[in-house]
Structure formats: C-alpha cells, structure tokens
Design a protein around this ligand. Sequence first.
Ligand code: KG4
Length: 331
Amino acid sequence: MGKPINILAIESSCDDTSAAVLSDGYLLSNVIASQKVHEAYGGVVPELASRAHQQNIIPVVHEAIKHSGISKEELSAIAFTRGPGLMGSLLVGTSFAKGFSLALDIPLIEVNHLQAHILAHFIQTKGEEKKVPEFPFLCLLVSGGNSQIVLVKSPSDMQIIGQTIDDAAGEAFDKCAKVMGLSYPGGPIIDRLAKEGNPNAFVFHKPQIPNYDYSFSGLKTSFLYFLRDELQKNPNFIEENQNDLCASLQRTVVDILMTKLRKAVKDLNIKRVAVAGGVSANSSLRAAFEDHARRYKWEIFIPKFSYTTDNGAMVSIAGYFKYLNKDFCDI
Ligand code: KG4
C-alpha cells in the first residue's frame, strides 16, 4: 500500500470557520466554529465575519489536526474554499491555506464551495460506510445564497441546469422569518414551528417561470403583503397564527423546489437524486424526498445534518478528488 492521501481542508466562505482532515476519502476530523455575533443584526455582517474568522482560524485548524490523529508533516495537500462567498471571509481562509502550504511545502487545492456541498455525499466515515451516488445524478442544491438543480456527471464535471433568478430558498425562509419577527437564521425556526402548524392554512404565490429555474422573490412579497393586510384587521394575527404561517410557507417553498426537480428527473430520465446545502436540513424537504422515492422510485441521497451547513469536511472530499487528478493551483 502507498502512502495515504491526507487532505487538510479549510472553509471560511461565510460565517462558519471550519477545518477538516480526510485520509483516503475517510473523514478523520471536522471542526466548525459558528459565529454568534450576527444574530443581533438579522443577517451576516461581512466585516464582523472576517474578523471572527481571523480569530478562529488558527484554533480551528489546530483542533482539526489534533483530532485527526495525524501530524501536520503527514499532510499531502491543503484544500481551501476559493468561492463563491464573502470576499473578506474567503481571504482569511485563502491566506491561511497559502501560508500553511508554503510552510509545509505541499500542494494547494482550490475548491468551489457549491461543488463541495454536492460532493459531501461522497464523504466516508470508518465503521459507517454508506452508499454513494453513481454518476450521473441530479442534485438539488439549496442554501442561503443559492437554489440550483445541478447535473453531476463526475466530481469535476457539473452542469447547472436550473437556478434561481432572484432570491434563494434559504433567503426566502430567512426573510419571511424576519417579517414575522423571528431571529436569524429563520429557516431552522420556521422548520420547528411548522411541525405544530397546518400546511394548508394559507395559500401563497407560486412563480410561473420556464425551464428548471426558480424564483422566490414573488413568494416573499406575497407573504409580506398578506401579513400587512391581515395585521390591519387583527394586530395579533402573527402571534395567533405563527405555526400555520410557518407550515404554509414551508409547504409552498418545498412544493416550488420539488415541482422543478420532478420535471428535471422526468426530462433527463435520471432517477438518482441528491439534495445538498443548508436548506437540505429542512424536515419537510427531507420528507418530500422520501415521498418521491416511494412514489416515483427515485434513488435518493440525503446528507447527514452535520454536512448540510458550511463545513470543512465537504471541502476536504472535493479537494481529495482534485488531488487524485493532480489538479493543484499556484500560490
Ligand atoms: O448552506 P448554508 O449553511 O449557507 C450558505 O448559504 O452558504 O445555508 C444556510 C441557509 C439559511 O438560509 C438557513 O435559514 C437555511 O440554510 N436552513 C434551513 C434549515 N436549516 C438551515 N432552512 C429551512 N429549514 C431548515 N431546517
């Protein structure tokens, strides 16, 4: 057996500082420091995010290497998120990765954040080996910044066949949550409150746009106007109907996502379907996937909760695939 390929990965694209170590496709450690400073502002404040990354990056990398059980001298390469993301945040991870790769004299691998979300489905853990998707497959990538349907032909060949023309699904959850006076990020809170609500209580706008593209800004506006009108009649409308509002909104978002995905599955005749990104944590979206698997015989791939939001593990597996292709970047 040759020497193992050990990848140290760094993710700092938004408001989570994360580092992971992967050995021959198996995850050894994945450390995430989430930033609480943004809660008071109802959204991520870029300048505060970069400063928090700056504070977190060394302790997080240190922990990831320590937990992995290997020494830094045994690392084969350093992978980092090059983008998309917040410029100041990305710079912290990128600069650290560059410096560390120079110091250790090992290759540097740039990773696309969105491809990493998709490739998270290939992370293996010792003793918990799982089935990975065969190529080609379709992936619904839904996060705070993106909503896409991606045709995944190989780890390095992905084609976006549909995407949002305005807001992302996570953004719709977060903005509607804000209108209801809920804190940030609103997606997980809506998910929790929706469990006690009636998904058919209210009907909201669904966009009519062609192909596999999405639009969520109309839903946000219709939600806002609906609340404005109801609040004029009853100032306690939100408090009295919070769970039903969350359940109905969630149902609408999931319906919009699944309708286009079903169309893509049918047209492309590919029944292997994965979901990825922060919104893939949503319980109703997960239930819709399970339901489609039963009804339409889809072979579905749903990520572990720890791989749904931003994490270094997904960057490490994307970096590993690139390492196998000797796809390195210069300093
Ligand atoms: O992928 P991610 O961590 O960050 C990026 O956008 O890169 O996704 C964050 C998004 C936020 O909009 C958050 O509200 C949403 O994912 N989210 C959820 C749930 N958990 C996270 N949305 C709905 N239901 C959830 N359970």
